[in-house]
Design a protein around this ligand. Structure first.
Ligand SMILES: *[C@@H]1O[C@H](CO)[C@@H](O)[C@H](O)[C@H]1NC(C)=O
Ligand SMILES: *[C@@H]1O[C@H](CO)[C@@H](O)[C@H](O)[C@H]1NC(C)=O
Ligand SMILES: *[C@@H]1O[C@H](CO)[C@@H](O)[C@H](O)[C@H]1NC(C)=O
Ligand SMILES: *[C@@H]1O[C@H](CO)[C@@H](O)[C@H](O)[C@H]1NC(C)=O
Ligand SMILES: *[C@@H]1O[C@H](CO)[C@@H](O)[C@H](O)[C@H]1NC(C)=O
Length: 404
């Protein structure tokens, strides 16, 4: 792909509010206007039509009040108000006559509303061509903007201020709060964290920028250092459900697509480079679930797999981990182990944090027998230097990596 054009993709880290809508073209959404969740695709669009605000149906589960790329078939969602609380058909979003944006479910119960800065009532609302939905005062000062309450995605002109964060979705097609967070630390570092799921409290960082860069406001530009033309490509940076923060581009026309007119989101850049090995916490299961292994695919995306003899707890949610599909060794029958069980070989695999015994200067066969005759032993790691580690269940941070 040719990213040599002179426009850079960057976020500025400013603690700036309000920001003026002066100079933007927009259509006013007047007080009293509303949209109802139905299958009619009604929405409030930006002047160019690039972005729309309204309800998106999520399978059979309900509707998300969202902002999405409106000119591309994928309708990719960039923001939502009620990701943990889908609403049903007949729910309504209204710009009330007293100048607030309010989402009510089909029974009229309020699900969400804006909190306008200074408690000032808005005079009108507008969906801007940047992808920002704003509530503005009579003097066109922004009282509330969707850019200040990001969900999992940043757009090219969007800023991230202290105390704001991105939370990954739970799964690719499940927009509920997931297991990863992107935030600006007080020291100016931009970091990716695991969360203490199901809470959204950060656990530990698995990727971070240099603080001096972040303070200077050029950090995302540094992270996604590829230069992409804003005229030729739609762009977004999304913290995906797998914990990888990816910069995506989508050609605006077939002519700007370098892949033979292929019209699709493609990843131009991402961090961390290997999520399977980046997450190294003493608590938590790692990039995949307990007892599983993470392998980076050819497409550079992580794959969760179960070791031989194990199957996924939930095939629709692989990160719930793997369970044994055999009856575990009985500690009352020590002889059973060597007769009734065998060890399967998995090259380049490791679970770095589950050791409970270590032996040096031993043979591979000795290491095997030591595990088979030990009812606590689930895995042994043996290396050519004659080192042998016994490991226990549940196995965490599993990975298959050529460097292991
Ligand atoms: C709504 O949009 C979808 C996807 O673009 C389309 O398949 C469907 O026909 C539209 N429905 C109506 C009522 O326009
Ligand atoms: C939007 O509404 C405000 C307040 O009524 C008005 O001052 C402004 O001129 C309107 N802008 C447009 C583009 O219609
Ligand atoms: C998304 O996943 C969460 C966690 O498993 C679950 O509670 C929720 O019901 C799911 N949402 C949908 C729409 O399937
Ligand atoms: C900020 O990031 C730098 C570089 O990764 C790291 O050395 C430093 O410890 C981080 N600061 C904090 C508070 O995490
Ligand atoms: C901020 O950026 C400028 C220009 O890119 C650079 O010269 C300066 O060293 C940077 N400051 C810090 C604290 O990184």
């Amino acid at each position: 792909m040719d990213f040599s054009l002179p426009h850079s993709f960057c976020f500025f880290l400013l603690l700036l509010l309000p920001f003026s809508t002066d100079g933007q073209t927009y259509r006013n959404i007047t007080l009293g206007s509303s949209l109802t969740a139905a299958n009619d695709n009604s929405s409030w669009t930006s002047p160019s039509g690039d972005f729309a605000f309204g309800f998106q149906q999520i399978g059979d589960d309900g509707f998300l009040l969202a902002i999405w790329f409106n000119k591309i078939p994928e309708r990719s969602i960039v923001w939502s108000a009620n990701r943990n609380d889908l609403v049903q058909r007949g729910s309504r979003v209204q710009l009330t006559t007293d100048g607030q944006l309010v989402l009510d479910d089909q029974s009229g119960t309020q699900i969400w509303s804006t909190i306008n800065s200074g408690g000032i009532a808005a005079a009108y609302a507008a969906m801007l061509d940047t992808g920002n939905f704003v509530l503005a005062s009579q003097s066109a000062a922004n009282l509330w903007q969707s850019f200040d309450e990001p969900t999992d995605t940043m757009l090219p002109t969007q800023t991230l201020s202290q105390g704001r964060e991105l939370i990954a979705p739970y799964l690719e097609k499940n927009y509920s709060d997931g297991r990863y967070m992107f935030a600006l630390q007080p020291d100016g570092n931009l970091s990716l964290y695991t969360t203490r799921y199901p809470s959204t409290v950060s656990n530990f960082a698995y990727w971070s920028t240099q603080s001096s860069i972040a303070r200077n406001g050029t950090v995302i530009n540094t992270v996604f250092s590829i230069q992409v033309s804003m005229e030729d490509f739609y762009q977004r940076a999304t913290l995906d459900y797998d914990g990888v923060f990816r910069h995506y581009v989508y050609p605006k026309t077939a002519a700007s697509s370098s892949r033979n007119g292929d019209m699709a989101w493609t990843t131009s850049s991402f961090v961390p480079s290997n999520i399977c090995t980046a997450i190294q916490g003493q608590v938590g299961s790692g990039a995949c679930g307990y007892n599983s292994v993470c392998r980076l695919g050819e497409d550079q995306r992580p794959r969760c797999e179960c070791p031989p003899g194990y199957t996924f707890v939930d095939p629709n949610d692989l990160r719930k981990g793997c369970k044994t599909n055999f009856v575990s060794q009985d500690c009352d029958q020590p002889s059973q182990g060597t007769d009734g069980f065998e060890l399967e070989v998995m090259p380049n695999a490791n679970w770095p944090f589950n050791d409970y015994e270590f032996f040096g200067s031993v043979s591979e066969d000795w290491c095997r027998q030591a595990c088979l005759s030990d009812c606590y032993c689930a895995v042994v790691i043996f290396n050519p230097a004659g080192q042998c580690w016994k490991k226990r269940i549940p196995l965490s941070n599993g990975m298959i990596d050529p460097g292991t």
